[in-house]
Ligand binder design. Sequence first.
Ligand code: SF4
Length: 104
Amino acid sequence: MPNFSRRAWLGRLAALAGMAGLSLRRAGATAPKATKQAARYQDRPNNGRMCRMCKYFIAAGGTAGAGMMGGTMGPGMMQAGSCQLVQGGISPMGYCDFYAPLSG
Ligand code: SF4
């Protein structure tokens, strides 16, 4: 497993933005998201840890950090959502290296 942390990834993105003369805060832009490959995303849980229990998950209805008690129960519970850090559609049952539990 490569030594790869979310903090290091975000640091590199901020450094690149700085070199490009961009100020993400001044421009009001959000940080670019990592690719699924870079985040080592998978469509299945990892030892019970899954996207719907991660603070970066955005449920299909648009609720960030929505865990089982936060709005993803019901018919939309299994719909793909999105992530604050990773590009593309994200399965509630997925997992990646940036996983951070809602309660952590
Ligand atoms: S950071 Fe990773 S584990 Fe968390 S919601 Fe995004 S893709 Fe899923």
